[in-house]
Design a binder for this molecule. Structure first.
Ligand code: XIL
Length: 354
């Protein structure tokens, strides 16, 4: 593709819509879009696969960059911010009448080597604060919400006060989390600020312990007056595990009673332990998605559902959690040929067609 073709493609995939701030919600979406539904994708796939942009603009009302707002892509070096790739996704979103959310500012993972080489806590704090304030200010008034802190709880939490160890916790102590939120709020006072976590949805001892620690952290942050508005449940569901519908529903209801909004941020169903038969596999995948969305929707509105990808053609699950039998993974609402699967019917049930 020439760069002109590429630009035309990125900007013109769907009917061009509504001018005005991309943060504006409430613009009427074209027929067929699922209200509040969106997905993650990365720019390489968007550029290489014309079907992807078409599917996003056909089904979605919002997007989230899969990699382009993480530290390694934004920060090639200490003195450089590199927004071009995230901006290209933002332009795509805006030109197609989609909103965009941000992922993610502070995470134990994906910390560039030049950061990890900093061993002085004061310098680390400066870099941390500078990154968050620069990035949030750059996108001020453009995004709907930010995953400020991603995955703060360890997988093997033993008690509710457990927190994940990371470079940031080593350098800054526990206050890295409140500091991230306060810095983000200063840089964009009206964007919603979220804390995001995975493996808190299903029935398994370690998931229940992780959820208890996540709950404890959220409560502690609210007690400290930290500007936290939303809780992101990633919902990378494990196909072989039942969703803990009752426990999850009461957790979500409690979060709402604390004034928090609950977002589904990264829904997909990891199918590497499921039977190979496609019809059966798709049915189980849809059931898990239905169970988790039902539990979350039981106590209030579910205004934002994002899946981590939209088509089985492009999914982190195929790369990182392939099946032992070598059959292609099927974790997402559309199959590899962009045909809707039963999972998409579930999305449509919870995010009504406009
Ligand atoms: C994943 C991306 O999908 C991959 O392409 C990348 O290689 C690693 O990160 N939880 C998260 C996401 O919060 O940022 C992760 O995304 C998937 C798990």
């Amino acid at each position: 593709m020439t760069s002109l073709d590429r630009r035309e493609f990125l900007l013109g995939t769907a009917a061009t819509l509504a001018a005005g701030s991309a943060r504006a919600t409430g613009t009427s979406a074209p027929a067929g879009r699922r209200a509040g539904y969106g997905c993650a994708f990365n720019l390489w796939d968007l550029e290489a696969d014309p079907g992807l942009g078409k599917a996003v603009s056909q089904y979605c009302t919002q997007v989230v960059p899969e990699c382009e707002l993480k530290w390694p892509m934004l920060r090639p070096s200490a003195d450089k911010f590199s927004f071009a790739r995230a901006d290209a996704i933002y332009d795509f979103a805006r030109q197609n009448g989609l909103t965009m959310r941000g992922h993610t500012l502070a995470w134990y993972h994906d910390i560039p080597d030049w950061v990890k080489q900093i061993s002085d806590p004061r310098t680390a704090e400066q870099v941390f604060v500078d990154h968050i304030s620069t990035v949030v200010a750059y996108y001020r008034d453009k995004l709907t919400s930010w995953d400020v802190v991603n995955e703060p709880i360890p997988d093997n939490a033993r008690k509710p006060t457990d927190r994940r160890d990371s470079y940031w916790s080593k350098m800054l102590g526990d206050r890295w989390i409140p500091l991230a939120f306060r810095t983000a709020a200063d840089a964009d006072p009206s964007v919603k600020l979220a804390i995001n976590e995975y493996d808190v949805e299903s029935v398994k001892e370690s998931f229940l312990a992780k959820r208890a620690a996540f709950r404890n952290l959220i409560q502690t942050l609210l007690d400290q007056g930290v500007p936290l508005h939303s809780v992101g449940l990633q919902c990378h569901l494990h196909g072989e595990l039942e969703v803990d519908t009752d426990g999850l529903a009461s957790f979500v209801s409690e979060l709402r009673s604390w004034g928090l909004e609950v977002l589904v941020t990264e829904l997909d169903v990891i199918d590497n332990q499921l039977p190979g038969d496609v019809t059966l596999r798709d049915a189980i995948v849809a059931r898990r998605a239905n169970d988790v969305l039902s539990a979350i929707a039981a106590s209030g509105p579910l205004d934002s559902i994002l899946s981590w990808g939209i088509t089985d053609r492009h999914s982190w699950v195929s790369q990182q959690l392939p099946r032992a039998d070598k059959l292609p993974n099927r974790p997402l609402p559309l199959d590899a040929n962009f045909q809707p699967k039963p999972f998409m019917d579930v999305i449509t049930k919870f995010a009504k067609v406009a």
